[in-house]
Design a protein around this ligand. Structure first.
Ligand SMILES: Cc1ncc(COP(=O)(O)O)c(C=O)c1O
Length: 377
């Protein structure tokens, strides 16, 4: 009998792929769901339709194991917590961190406690935290209130903090910048992303700088951080006491990584900019209907921002490469998707009725689509 060569799945998760760049040793237990290795998708419609000569790419993080970029940081945070002997992990979350913390903690055999702002976490994310078995506490307060409680508890009790204040989270998340460079064969001119607690923009900037310091690339991108207008402390230069936006993942008034994010933008020659909820939701709709990429509303904020800047002539007239991180999957927030779409049309199970409804009755018989041919066994 012929021998089958076992297929080696090539991607090993971000820690094994980028071990040389990460603070792990032979003794670190690697807790992974094979996160990372996400696609860098060239924009087919939105990029080419913008003024200027943008080569626009989407780094689609929604295809990570729990559906967001948080998995990159969580594989590191939980591996290091396990190495240190922690039994309980804790985080405050607008939803995605809690999903990732719950999943990776369960793989590690640790108890995960997540604090979420009651009533402000999208259904998909909440269902994940519950399904992965996290002790889920719905706090009567916003994200900033949740984080204050988590900081107080993790400072005083044997509980591992796995919010993006945890430096290992940043270490893991920086691998997305490595992947962008590896895929493009260099550095983009601009990197755009939504900003909430400001961990991700900090991590990308670290990643790009590290690749440059190691001589793997010879330039750095300008970092473009986009916030929702009702939750835009970094644009306003002051905390926002009552942040409000449909983009619940970035509904944050006092980012923990404030200073680091400002440094990333200043050092890279980038900017922060605020987008209205209408602009964000338009980009959200267009990403799925024009590009076939379904994201959650917050994740579309970067695309709304690029559109705005392109309209203002920000990118000039020379060709530029722009990468925009799409941070989370659309199924995270199914309520929003259904609310934004047309209702499904009720129909009977009747061929003629549906043929009529679709206006197919008038199409000529010889234009019928060829039937697939059955493969003989
Ligand atoms: C989908 C999504 N996009 C963007 C962000 C913002 O990332 P950061 O808080 O690191 O700025 C978050 C954070 O929770 C998120 O879940």
């Amino acid at each position: 009998m012929a021998k089958v060569t076992p297929h080696q799945w090539p991607w090993r998760g971000v820690i094994e792929e980028y071990r040389d760049f990460l603070p792990v040793t032979e003794d670190t237990p690697i807790i992974t769901l094979l996160e990372g290795g996400t696609p860098l998708i060239p924009s087919r419609v939105i990029g080419p339709s913008l003024p200027g000569r943008l080569r626009l790419f989407f780094k689609y993080e929604g295809v990570n194991p729990t559906g967001s970029f948080k998995d990159r940081g969580m594989t590191m945070a939980i591996s290091k917590a396990k190495e240190a002997g922690a039994r309980i992990t804790m985080c405050a979350s607008t939803g995605n961190t809690s999903a990732a913390a719950a999943a990776y903690s369960s793989v590690a055999g640790m108890t995960s406690v997540v604090l979420i702002p009651a009533g402000y976490v999208a259904l998909g994310k909440l269902s994940q935290a519950l399904a992965y078995g996290a002790r889920t506490l719905a706090v009567d307060g916003n994200f900033d209130d949740c984080l204050a409680v988590v900081r107080a508890i993790t400072n005083n009790y044997p509980v591992a903090l796995v919010n993006s204040l945890n430096p290992y989270r940043m270490e893991g998340q920086k691998t997305a910048a490595f992947e962008v460079c590896d895929t493009l064969g260099g550095v983009p001119d601009f990197h755009a992303l939504p900003v909430g607690n400001a961990g991700n923009i900090t991590a990308y900037w670290c990643g790009y700088r590290e690749y440059k310091e190691r001589g793997l690339v010879d330039s750095l991108p300008a970092m473009l951080g986009f916030q929702a207008a009702g939750a835009a402390p970094l644009c306003l230069g002051r905390p926002v006491e009552k942040p409000e936006t449909v983009a619940t993942a970035i509904r944050i008034g006092n980012p923990a990584r404030w200073k680091d994010a400002c440094q990333a933008v200043e050092q890279s020659g980038g900017l922060f900019r605020a987008l209205t909820d209408d602009e964000i939701l338009q980009a959200y709709k267009d990403l799925s209907s024009m590009e076939g990429i379904f994201v959650e509303p917050s994740s579309a904020t970067g695309v709304a921002g690029i559109r705005k800047l392109a309209g203002e002539g920000y990118f000039g007239t020379d060709p530029v490469t722009v990468v925009c991180t799409l941070t989370g999957h659309g199924l995270k927030d199914p309520d929003r998707a259904v609310e934004m779409a047309e209702e499904p049309e009720p129909v009977p199970a009747d061929v003629e009725y549906i043929v009529d409804l679709l206006g197919l009755a008038s199409t000529r018989p010889d234009t019928k689509v060829a039937k697939p041919v059955a493969i003989q066994g």
